[in-house]
Write a protein that binds this ligand. Structure first.
Ligand code: G4P
Length: 535
């Protein structure tokens, strides 16, 4: 590799940080995203729409559905500059029924930000997404939001994270009061107090008023009781709290915690400053060859998401590719690992619909959007140099299941095509009964809305009318060891055996209790809530 390219790559990697936000709906993800962008000014907004508030113009039928329902289904990649760093924020759909999309996006992120509502603490969607981060040992940064509203006791919030997630906490900032009495935060890095000033919806970067701890003027601005309490709490944290340990943060064992109010833009800058310092830059990724370092000079990457109809004038699908190594250049040719074909990546600028900037180069940690004429599937690797494939992307256990019936038999071909394409795109998982007489596909999803999107798109994009027949299951488990293992287990009660799109056995259960029961009755049967990776 030329020294110039090496230097260029290293400089790009050192200044890149890629992350996704995990949270429960309503915790403030959209608000925090907007505020984070205020500090950098987005330089790229790849993909669809950023937030509900900016979704004024429907740009496709599908988006029209989002608009009608006031939900966000599509997702975006935002790149902005902060303090000399290129930050990639992989935004994810807001609605919890699209959790599966978020799981996949997390495979492309190097860090995660866990956002909590201070009045609520951990919520179900956050717990689920946390499990995915844990599987990948992602560094997790916690932002406890809405401190301008009455909150739960901060020590109790930390305790909940430690006890329930088994994740040690290190508060980097500490709140002074909450709700009407929210006065600011103490920054343990600089040992300074940042006072909170109420601003209307924080449309500008917030002005901080900063004091040293012990500054006599503080007695006039902080309620004496709160000030006293703060000093006690700092002492407790310093003496009894977990010590700061950057390695433990990088391995996902310790989460730095920040308190703030995204709406009023308070605490966001302190968070960003610490984030660029403590977060991981792009690191080596597992592949069939060996771990590929981001400085490997050949371009490599993988598809983690497909999205349809982002441009109403074209029915193309866009493949979101995470760059893992080397330098991406417009018009370059690459190998497509699954099919062995050579592809020219000629129109990356199409991704930036609505007059956005075109994309000429990208580096490890960045995400590029490629027009996908049906060639890319989720998990596909593209590469130059020696052949390699990155680890596939796992499927997660769906929670609702239904037979999908084609109402009009003359539309059989379109039905089959639509179902296959929506499956490839990852819009829904598809399973089939093991009973050959039941040919209709079984849709398997995380939420009802996912079914609605599939039906809506089959109708609008493929002209196929469908009917759903719900099945009484809520849990799926993949049988490890395949059909042989299932046969060996003999007759299993209270479950239905189906096969997934790769012909692997899956058991469907009515509830978790039934799963437990089957495990007791068949101790040798190994079940997994995550599908084996297809490579
Ligand atoms: P989400 O993407 O995680 O679903 O949450 P979103 O940002 O849409 O925020 C959900 C609601 O919480 C919004 O109120 C938002 O204004 C509010 N919110 C977010 N951060 C804070 C905060 O720090 N403090 C307070 N007090 N509220 C916050 P909404 O009424 O649904 O919308 P809007 O009318 O304010 O836009």
């Amino acid at each position: 590799m030329s020294d110039d390219l090496r230097t260029e790559l290293q400089a790009a990697i050192d200044t890149r940080r890629t992350f996704a936000i995990i949270s429960h709906p309503d915790a403030g993800k959209t608000t925090l995203t907007e505020k984070v962008l205020l500090y950098g000014g987005a330089i790229h907004e790849a993909g669809a729409v950023k937030s509900r508030r900016s979704q004024r113009h429907a740009t496709s039928d599908w988006m029209a559905m989002e608009q009608q329902r006031g939900i966000s289904i599509t997702s975006t990649v935002l790149q902005f500059l902060y303090d000399g760093h290129h930050i990639n924020l992989l935004d994810t759909p807001g609605h919890q029924d699209f959790g599966e999309d978020t799981y996949r996006t997390l495979t492309a992120a190097d860090n995660a930000v866990m956002l909590e509502d201070a009045a609520k603490g951990l919520e179900p969607q956050t717990r689920k997404l946390f499990e995915v981060c844990r599987m990948r040992s992602l560094p997790i940064f916690t932002f406890i939001n809405k401190m301008d509203r009455p909150s739960r006791d901060p020590l109790e919030l930390l305790d909940e994270i430690e006890q329930e997630l088994g994740l040690a906490t290190y508060p980097v900032t500490w709140p002074i009061g909450s709700g009407d009495r929210f006065t600011g935060v103490y920054d343990r890095r600089q040992e300074k107090i940042h006072l909170f000033k109420r601003t209307a919806h924080g449309t500008k970067t917030a002005e901080d008023t900063v004091f040293e701890l012990g500054d006599p003027r503080l007695a006039e601005v902080i309620d004496p009781e709160l000030y006293h309490q703060l000093k006690d709490e700092i002492e407790i944290l310093n003496e009894l709290g977990t010590e700061f340990d950057l390695e433990a943060i990088h391995s996902g064992q310790l989460t730095p915690v920040f308190f703030g109010s995204a709406m009023t833009n308070f605490g966001v800058q302190l968070f960003l400053d610490a984030f660029v310092e403590y977060s991981l830059k792009p690191y080596p990724r597992h592949s069939t060859r060996h771990d590929i370092d981001p400085t490997y000079p050949e371009f490599t990457g993988f598809v983690f998401k497909l999205q349809a109809n982002m441009d109403p004038k074209h029915r193309d699908r866009v493949a979101f590719v995470r760059v893992c190594s080397g330098k991406f250049e417009k018009d370059m040719t690459v190998q497509h690992a699954r099919t062995g074909k050579t592809v020219r990546l000629s129109r990356p600028q199409k991704l930036f619909a609505q007059g956005r900037e075109s994309l000429d180069t990208a580096y490890p940690g960045d995400v590029i959007g490629l027009n996908n004429p049906g060639m890319f599937a989720i998990g596909d690797t593209i590469y130059n140099g020696k052949k390699l494939e990155y680890e596939g992307i796992p499927c997660f256990s769906p929670e609702i299941f239904a037979y999908l019936r084609n109402v009009n038999p003359s539309k059989f071909k379109q039905f089959r095509k639509g179902v296959a394409e929506l499956r490839e795109e990852g819009a829904v998982q598809i399973m089939y009964s093991v009973d050959e007489s039941k040919r209709d596909p079984i849709l398997a999803a995380v939420g009802q809305l996912q079914f609605e999107v599939v039906q809506f798109r089959l109708e609008t994009e493929y002209g196929v009318e469908t009917r759903l027949e719900l099945l009484p299951f809520t849990v799926a488990r993949w049988v490890q060891g395949g059909w042989e293992a299932l046969e060996e287990a003999g007759r299993i009660f209270n479950t239905a055996a189906v096969k997934d799109s790769w012909d692997r056995p899956v058991l469907l259960f009515r509830n978790e209790w039934n799963v437990g029961q089957v495990q007791v009755d068949h101790p040798k049967l190994a079940l997994s809530n995550i599908a084996p990776v297809v490579s």
